[in-house]
Design a protein around this ligand. Structure first.
Ligand SMILES: Cc1cc2nc3c(=O)[nH]c(=O)nc-3n(C[C@H](O)[C@H](O)[C@H](O)COP(=O)(O)O)c2cc1C
Length: 197
């Protein structure tokens, strides 16, 4: 077990924006969604946008678990859908994704506002397995596509839709079946949304 911010490097949380999947738990229900932890020298913080479950849960409980994962499918899925509770386990009584490569419990003291920037601190964490793989452009683009999809759904800006179409072509060429499925599911969600807006 790693304790305190000294454990950040070991958990793979390095300088820059670290994309993780944040799990939170309120009243026995676990929620998961992508979140960026920004590490800038000694500063460590998150930007939380009003209205998400993650925002509400962090406001209520004052913590989140950062799940470190390379699985682009999990990022895109948790960005747009609620994950079935079967995807989670408990470690040290905390909600952790079964497929996480490492996890870290972060304390967070947010305040209510539209967008909040909250300093965070690693309390404890654990490396579950060290995974490595070659870079896959399709997988990287699925993460970008999930960002564009959440922005498109929130802001309805057409340029995000154009970006998504371009990314889909590259994901179909470079990604494996899991990345292609992740992208298809993002586009299905957007199609459904476009028809109801
Ligand atoms: C790669 C990625 C990074 C994201 N980073 C953040 C972030 O730093 N802060 C935030 O509030 N939302 C972020 N989002 C958007 C949320 O994950 C998204 O709004 C999600 O639907 C929230 O789900 P929830 O309501 O279950 O919390 C990110 C999305 C993606 C795909």
């Amino acid at each position: 077990m790693l304790y305190g911010n000294d454990g950040l490097d070991e958990l793979g949380i390095l300088e820059g924006i670290n994309e993780v999947i944040a799990t939170t738990e309120v009243s026995g229900r676990i929620n998961a969604a992508p979140l960026g932890i920004i590490r800038d020298g000694d500063r460590l913080y998150v930007r939380l946008f009003l209205g998400s479950h993650t925002y509400e849960n962090i406001l209520t409980r004052g913590w989140f678990v950062a799940n470190i994962s390379h699985d682009a499918w999990l990022f895109s899925e948790t960005a747009i859908e609620d994950l079935d509770q079967d995807y989670f386990m408990h470690r040290e009584d905390l909600p952790v994704l079964k497929d996480a490569e490492a996890w870290g419990l972060f304390q967070c003291k947010p305040f209510a506002s539209d967008i909040i920037i909250a300093n965070v601190q690693l309390i404890k964490g654990e490396v579950l397995r060290k995974d490595f793989r070659a870079i896959n452009r399709g997988a990287n683009l699925v993460i970008e596509a999930a960002v564009a999809a959440t922005r498109y759904l929130a802001l309805r800006t057409d340029s995000y839709f154009d970006e998504l179409m371009k990314m889909q072509r590259i994901i179909n060429r470079c990604g494996g079946p899991r990345e292609q499925e992740a992208m298809d599911r993002l586009m299905d969600r957007i199609d459904k949304y476009t028809h109801v807006r």
